[in-house]
Design a binder for this molecule. Structure first.
Ligand SMILES: Cc1cc2nc3c(=O)[nH]c(=O)nc-3n(C[C@H](O)[C@H](O)[C@H](O)COP(=O)(O)O)c2cc1C
Length: 207
């Protein structure tokens, strides 16, 4: 199987918000699509070890904020490069709560959706949720950000700064935390947990 074939699948980029009890949280997702029109259904795929996934399982509700082309890397890293287990991602970040109590964002966003889970299926690394859309709003006329736009224009290019002199002992996936043991990460390596490419890994140096 050619792994690169999967790079030709197109996606949008979203903030997936949810709640559980009094806690709110969100992560970045690119795996969301409208699965049916009448009645309206969406499907999302969540990495099982993400706090967002666990909280959606607990509450059965989520919101989707569709990121637009004004989206900054700061926003992506706030929601997509750290876990709500370690940070309050909404602290000092403007947001509102929908009628289910899920947080959503209206800046850098062109549409928002409120969703209630109808079914879920454990796919191993991810859980697929199918949900009914209970409300939808257009927030701006800015064009949506595609995953390809994100890779080409939003994500910083590899830094030219020289590597520290310490030895690299492993590589860690910045998306899901998976650790590849070894000093050389193959250029075509893909994370076995979240499927992100080698460029989303950061070096782990010897102590
Ligand atoms: C561009 C991008 C796309 C992502 N796509 C997904 C996705 O489709 N599903 C998912 O569960 N996580 C996805 N992630 C990873 C989560 O956003 C990330 O693991 C986050 O830190 C989880 O936070 P949490 O533990 O608070 O839920 C993506 C991250 C980025 C930067």
């Amino acid at each position: 199987m050619e792994q690169k074939a999967f790079y030709n699948l197109s996606y949008g980029v979203f903030i997936l918000g949810t709640k559980s009890g009094d806690k709110i949280n969100a992560c970045i997702t690119n795996t969301c699509f409208q699965a049916a029109a009448n009645p309206v259904r969406v499907a999302i795929s969540c990495i099982n070890q993400n706090l967002t996934c666990q909280m959606i399982k607990e509450s059965g509700v989520f919101s989707l904020s569709v990121l637009d082309q004004t989206c900054t890397f700061d926003t992506i890293s706030r929601f997509g490069y750290q876990s709500g287990r370690d940070a309050d991602k909404f602290a000092d970040f403007e947001h509102s709560l929908d009628s289910n109590g899920c947080p959503y964002v209206t800046s850098q966003v062109c549409s928002v959706f409120e969703c209630k889970v109808l079914s879920s299926q454990d796919l191993g690394s991810h859980t697929l949720f199918v949900a009914e859309v209970t409300d939808a709003k257009v927030v701006s006329t800015n064009p949506p950000l595609t995953y390809a736009d994100y890779q080409a224009n939003v994500k910083p290019k590899k830094s030219d700064t020289p590597a520290p002199s310490k030895k690299i002992v492993a590589w860690k996936c910045k998306i899901c935390g998976y650790v590849y043991e070894g000093s050389e990460l193959p250029a075509d390596f893909e994370c076995p947990i979240c499927g992100h490419p080698a460029e989303d890994f950061e070096p782990v140096y010897e102590e």
